[in-house]
Write a protein that binds this ligand. Structure first.
Ligand code: FE2
Length: 342
């Protein structure tokens, strides 16, 4: 053995006995709260030998944590829902560009953040749910988000509050497509059609329509899958079976699509593992797992949505860049406030 080899062996030996051997791991900061994600993490470890450590919390709490950790942060990946949340982390300077060509090849440009600092791993559409007992085919046919401002929907619409990111991203997409002035006119009329002051989550809106408190609701597609599956209990399952989906804007830009996605944290100490993790989420195996457990739509065309979601049919998805949801978020928030959207 030459001197160099002896030196390396000695260093490695010392690292092992002092407990500072490099650990093959990836540290994931997440505000997702799906039990099914744990199975995904375990599968990643099984495949790659990379240990997954989860640090979970709300977006705000994770941001605070990253701020205090600074350049010593052990965080490698940020994994969350809604492009607006990902864009907020980007604006805060907590992310870095993803380099993996595999990821760029798999995720279309409109489903990535600016400078490829974050990418989609699943899609969700924010659509119109209606009760066919109180809404005629004629009324709902070819409906658009813009139509929800029409007076025939007076006191018939339910949607959650303007503090919700899903709604902020929807309004940001309207600003991107219609301009701020037109979106504001729309928002004022839309708010005047509310059947009640916004309250509850997306599922509460679906329950309200099923129970006859309103005729249409705007909510994310995966909630109907969760409810129909029985995961939310019998009452929700029965309620969901009464509802139908109208995919908006099928004659023009398509239904508003948002994402679940991830990015690589700025000071990631395990950068390569972070890219491997995001690549794994975009593998057929992981995509299948995601759609079958969260009822979202896959990013990969080769994977089918969960049968309970596929049942609602295919539709045109809006190709507005999800990075616009972050770009127009501040304008959207102010605009909704001016429109009186509680
Ligand atoms: Fe949700």
């Amino acid at each position: 053995m030459n001197k160099f080899k002896i030196l390396i062996s000695t260093i490695l030996f010392l690292m092992v006995i002092t407990g500072c051997a490099p650990v093959n791991e990836v540290n994931i900061y997440t505000s997702r709260h799906y039990d099914a994600d744990d199975i995904l993490y375990a599968e990643f470890t099984k495949k790659t030998g990379i240990k997954v450590n989860i640090i979970s919390g709300s977006g705000g709490a994770l941001m605070e944590r990253l701020k205090s950790e600074g350049s010593n942060s052990p965080g490698d990946v940020f994994f969350t829902v809604d492009a607006g949340n990902l864009a907020n982390f980007q604006k805060g300077g907590y992310l870095q560009s993803i380099k993996s060509q595999t990821i760029k090849n798999l995720v279309p440009k409109e489903l990535r953040g600016e400078n490829d600092e974050w990418v989609a791993v699943a899609k969700r559409a924010r659509v119109i749910f209606y009760n066919p007992e109180s809404v005629s085919d004629e009324e709902i046919k070819n409906i658009s988000y813009e139509d929800l401002a029409n007076s025939n929907w007076k006191n018939r619409v339910v949607i959650r509050s303007s503090s919700n990111m899903y709604n902020q991203s929807l309004v940001a997409s309207l600003i991107s497509n219609l301009g701020e002035a037109n979106t504001e006119i729309w928002a004022k009329e839309f708010v005047s059609n509310f059947a009640r002051t916004p309250q509850g989550n997306d599922r509460s809106q679906l329950m309200a329509v099923a129970n006859g408190l309103a005729d249409i609701a705007v909510a994310n597609t995966y909630y109907i899958g969760i409810m129909l599956s029985g995961k939310g209990g019998e009452e929700q399952k029965i309620a969901a079976s009464k509802l139908k989906i109208a995919f908006p804007n099928q004659e023009n830009r398509g239904a508003h699509v948002n994402i679940s996605g991830g990015g690589i944290l700025k000071h990631s100490p395990n950068r390569e593992n972070a890219e491997k993790f995001l690549e794994f989420l975009l593998s057929e195996e992981a995509q299948k797992h995601i759609v079958n457990n969260t009822f979202e739509y896959p990013v990969l065309d080769s994977i089918d949505p969960h049968p309970l979601i596929a049942e609602f049919g295919t539709f045109n998805m809006d190709k507005t860049s999800v990075s616009d949801f972050g770009k127009y978020n501040p304008s959207a928030v102010k605009l909704m406030d001016r429109a009186g959207w509680k």
